[in-house]
Design a protein around this ligand. Structure first.
Ligand code: SF4
Ligand code: SF4
Ligand code: SF4
Ligand code: F3S
Length: 435
């Protein structure tokens, strides 16, 4: 099997295809501290792409309430258990070098010493032939409840010695949940693509979006089995599989309502986000797979420079291009298993963002087009606040009313937003209510 380099696990790994990279890569950052679980993203995708026959249980975008929710149910617990079974006790990171200051560009979170889904596939031979990626096929019932455990905090059946109590027990601060919004990660090394015996899945060279060629697909469902994130879905009506298409017409600038000059626009689920948790972009990729240094691209800044946004289950080995700012209130061991060893450092930075980071965080949902570059115009200092850090110490945060500007692909300014929200006073005269 060819060897490819995976920067997220800090090492080379085996993958069924030769290493090849797109010119730009579809990527996104979701700030989990802000998601309110409103499902507007879910419905915006559904009403655009999956409203036809056979797509009833198909949710390319879903938002699950953790720790218990999942679509399909238990997807992550199941794949983690399979990996553990294949490599008992070995799914660990060498974290030397992890963190925003120390981590090399090549191994920002340290090195993962365990097995990826590709490496573990050999360990689990199957009677019906070899798997390219370790996986499983969810049952119909597991696909049936996309919203299961919606807003349910940790329950008593989760209680173990020294762990968190039931949701009715005190101390209340140990009861936690958060909303995990998910779409296809348009992985650098897609397990869906690797698994398809028909070579019906491909990655677009211009933007790295992963698509299933409907004319080649014969419904083998190996992609459904192989994707560790369970983002390829079978449609019985057509006997083919389908998945998130990255709203590629919008990426190509074809939705003039979002970008009148034809600049790339963010996808439907991003643009609709009520909580302003989502930012999507197209990052430059070098021939060898490294990200083109571009510190004024907000995604590059948050993901590669500050490492405040982390990949979802990097240890699976697909090099997912979805990145998450982890939620501050969730137990660290849970987050580290999910987002890797960079969690502590990311939360520390987010708890007390410096001047530049605070300005960049304002860009989320400032407009519908993809931001290729930002600029900051410095403003006056407006506040000084004491912030309690995760370790209980305090820090002083200085807040400046900077203005942050966002530019599209054609370097046209389309966002201008201040750190301090402007307030407007309504005139005193009365208006008759129109209803
Ligand atoms: Fe394929 Fe799954 Fe990665 Fe999407 S998330 S590209 S479906 S492996
Ligand atoms: Fe759906 Fe487009 Fe979002 Fe994919 S990117 S989940 S196709 S709305
Ligand atoms: Fe969360 Fe935004 Fe989706 Fe609402 S629209 S559930 S805030 S990601
Ligand atoms: Fe291949 Fe998946 Fe279709 S495995 S043939 S793309 S159902």
């Amino acid at each position: 099997m060819p060897t490819v380099h995976n920067w997220q696990i800090g090492r080379d790994m085996s993958y069924p295809h030769e290493e090849r990279h797109p010119e730009r890569q579809f990527a996104f950052v979701f700030n989990l501290n802000r998601c309110i679980g409103c499902q507007t993203c879910t419905m915006s995708c559904k009403s655009t792409w999956t409203f036809s026959k056979g797509q009833e249980l198909m949710w390319w975008n879903n938002v699950e309430s953790k720790p218990f929710g999942g679509y399909p149910q238990h997807w992550d617990a199941k794949i983690l258990a399979l990996l553990e079974e294949a490599n008992p006790g070995g799914q660990v990171w060498s974290t030397a070098g992890a963190g925003s200051d120390n981590g090399s560009d090549d191994a920002p979170y340290g090195r993962f010493d365990g097995m990826t889904v590709f490496e573990a596939a050999d360990k689990k031979p199957r009677p019906d032939g070899p798997q390219q990626a370790l996986g499983y096929l969810p049952t119909d019932d597991e696909w049936r409840h996309p919203n299961i455990h919606e807003d349910t905090a940790t329950g008593s059946h989760f209680k173990k010695e020294g762990q968190y109590g039931g949701s009715t027990e005190l101390p209340e601060h140990k009861v936690w949940f958060f909303h995990l919004a998910r779409i296809c990660n348009h992985c650098t090394y897609p397990a869906c693509l690797a698994s398809c015996p028909r070579n019906a899945i491909y990655k677009r060279p211009e933007d790295g979006i992963v698509l299933i060629d409907q004319s080649r697909c014969r419904g083998y469902r190996k992609c459904v089995e192989g994707c560790p994130y369970k983002k390829a879905m079978y449609r019985p009506e057509t006997r083919t599989s389908e998945k998130c298409i990255g709203c590629f017409p919008r990426i190509e600038g074809k939705d003039k309502s979002a970008s009148p000059t034809g600049a790339p626009a963010e996808t439907r689920c991003m643009a609709a986000c009520v909580g302003k948790i989502r930012m999507q972009g197209l990052v430059g990729i070098e021939e060898d797979g490294t990200w083109t240094p571009d510190p004024k691209n907000p995604l590059y800044f948050m993901i590669r420079e500050r490492k405040i946004a982390l990949p979802l289950y990097p240890q699976f080995g697909t090099e997912p291009n979805g990145f998450y700012i982890p939620p501050r209130w969730v137990p660290r061991n849970y987050l580290v298993q999910r987002f890797g060893p960079g969690v502590e450092d990311a939360i520390e930075q987010y708890s007390c963002p410096d001047r530049e980071l605070l300005a960049v965080l304002q860009l989320f949902r400032g407009g519908q087009q993809i931001i290729f570059r930002y600029e900051i115009e410095q403003g006056e200092k407006v506040a000084e606040v004491e912030v309690t850090m995760p370790d209980g110490t305090t820090k002083t945060q200085e807040i400046f009313n900077d203005t942050v500007l966002g530019f599209n692909k054609f370097d046209e300014e389309f966002i201008r937003i201040t750190v301090e929200e402007p307030t407007f006073e309504r005139p005193a005269e009365m208006h008759v209510n129109s209803i």
